[in-house]
Design a protein around this ligand. Structure first.
Ligand SMILES: Cc1cc2nc3c(=O)[nH]c(=O)nc-3n(C[C@H](O)[C@H](O)[C@H](O)COP(=O)(O)OP(=O)(O)OC[C@H]3O[C@@H](n4cnc5c(N)ncnc54)[C@H](O)[C@@H]3O)c2cc1C
Length: 449
């Protein structure tokens, strides 16, 4: 069986690895030169080094992603700086740290011991999460995160210091628009699982090196078939029949289209129209995307902050939009020891202003909020990467399709499919795996031949 995968992001590559395990011959077509999609390495001429297209973190709860890396023969502990869940604001006004107690006591202890919140505020955080746990981590599907927090009587300070940064980091969608059900799913996975599920994993190597680069060399034992990767190869035309598909004129038995929702829509809309196809395409075109900006600062020397990941307080009225600060001196490879990454989720406001002004304001923000602990070294250079379509807007009521499509022999994969997760790496990996399963279930008898 010959299967084409269009898109070498984490979803497409995950599908490719599984299909290869089923004995298929797989060709991955990727438009970019580097594998990894929205989680990939880029070359920065300004910084004269390789950086990521945006700072990513993984969670201990990303079980499928970590299992996939292991299957590829990678030594997972070497790839990450792994820490128990802890949140520290750069200015020292707020901190929380999960202890070594078994779940869910580790969380209870973390919240009870949180610095920067009053006792009542901490008890209300415990109350709202306990209620969520009792309701099987389910929230009314039409509710926003802001409404859910109001219902749970969370104080403005608890929202500002604790909930807002978590919501933006998890959903990249502002609280008054973000889907409470998806947020609850993130909380369930990270806080409702075993203690290590809430661990934070900061990559030590670049995102393509984490595992996408390994896929082309992947050889499962004793199975036939090949896995070929064609970077720099954008697919322009798909055709589907009951017996086969054509991908830019080459014949395959099936295809997994693993672009983001707009790219997938572009390819599928060329197919012969069918009744359910119209509804399917309108579901795809309903996805709205939101940007994330990452400002990387190259310092004159490593800063060596105690905590590699710090919360920043944002002041939009001063164009200080930074929300998270990552000091790469502890977690990065040798060539990124002097780098700081500042993450700005939902970066729409950032994009409305002059870039130079926002960068200057954000550097001031980091400097001002860090004064207490240690003087920030001088900034030698900087780079800004804005991913305009970083994640889909995780709004209530969004319809998300499964991996199968109305067209014969065409499946889809991507973080936007019906994974139950927001747009995250684990969702992408699971979606790819599920697409491979779906092909196997449908064409299975022939796959064995
Ligand atoms: C800045 C930023 C920070 C993020 N932070 C986190 C984080 O901390 N933790 C987390 O879990 N998630 C994070 N995410 C989300 C995560 O990166 C995505 O959920 C995930 O990478 C999506 O993978 P995907 O394979 O579904 O899609 P994509 O990565 O978009 O892959 C699709 C691929 O298809 C290719 N393609 C499209 N059309 C064609 C075509 N016609 N022919 C050939 N190739 C094509 C594209 O070039 C792309 O490589 C972040 C995203 C961004 C942008």
């Amino acid at each position: 069986m010959n299967i084409a995968v269009v898109g070498g992001g984490w979803a497409g590559l995950s599908a490719a690895v599984r299909l290869r395990q089923y004995g298929c011959s797989v060709v991955v077509f990727e438009a970019a030169r580097t594998l990894g999609g929205r989680a990939r390495r880029v070359s920065s001429a300004t910084l004269n080094t390789r950086i990521d297209n945006g700072q990513h973190i993984l969670l201990g709860a990303y079980t499928e992603t970590l299992a996939l890396m292991q299957e590829l023969g990678l030594n997972v502990p070497d790839l990450f700086l792994r820490e128990r869940l802890q949140l520290h604001s750069a200015d020292g006004s707020f901190s929380l740290r999960a202890g070594a107690l078994p779940a869910p006591l580790h969380l209870l202890g973390a919240i009870l011991g949180a610095r920067g919140l009053g006792l009542m505020e901490r008890l209300r955080i415990i109350a709202i999460t306990t209620r969520l746990r009792r309701h099987g981590w389910k929230v009314d599907g039409g509710m926003t995160v802001a409404q859910w927090l109001a219902q749970g009587r969370q104080s403005p300070r608890a929202i500002q210091l604790f909930w807002q940064p978590l919501c933006l980091a998890a959903l990249n969608t502002p609280m008054d628009a973000a889907c409470a059900r998806l947020f609850a799913r993130v909380l369930q996975d990270s806080l409702g699982g075993p203690g290590h599920a809430s661990d934070v994993l900061i990559p030590r190597v670049d995102l393509s090196q984490l595992w996408p680069d390994q896929v082309a060399q992947y050889r499962p034992d004793g199975t036939p078939g090949e896995l070929a990767v064609r970077p720099g190869c954008a697919v322009r035309k798909l055709q589907a029949w009951s017996s086969h598909v054509n991908v830019d004129g080459s014949r395959f038995d099936a295809v997994v289209v693993a672009g983001n929702a707009p790219a997938t829509h572009r390819l599928l809309q060329q197919l012969d129209p069918c009744e359910s196809g119209i509804d399917y395409l309108s579901t795809l075109s309903a996805f709205q995307y939101l940007p994330i900006a990452t400002l990387t600062l190259q310092l004159e020397r490593p800063w060596n902050r105690v905590h590699p990941m710090l919360l920043l307080k944002d002041f939009p009225e001063r164009m200080q939009y930074g929300q998270w600060l990552f000091d790469r001196s502890a977690s990065g490879p040798a060539d990124s020891q002097c780098l700081l990454n500042i993450v700005i989720s939902d970066a729409r406001a950032f994009m409305e202003h002059s870039r130079a002004k926002v960068i200057a304001a954000t550097i001031d923000q980091v400097r001002e909020q860090s004064e207490r602990e240690a003087d920030m070294p001088g900034v030698r250079n900087h780079e800004v990467i804005i991913e305009k379509r970083a994640t889909f807007a995780a709004v209530p009521g969004l319809r998300r399709p499964s991996n199968s499509t109305p067209w014969p022999r065409i499946w889809v994969a991507g973080d936007w499919t019906d994974t139950g997760y927001p747009a995250v790496l684990e969702g992408a990996v699971r979606s790819g795996k599920e697409a491979a399963h779906a092909i196997y279930r449908t064409l299975g008898s022939r796959l064995a031949q």
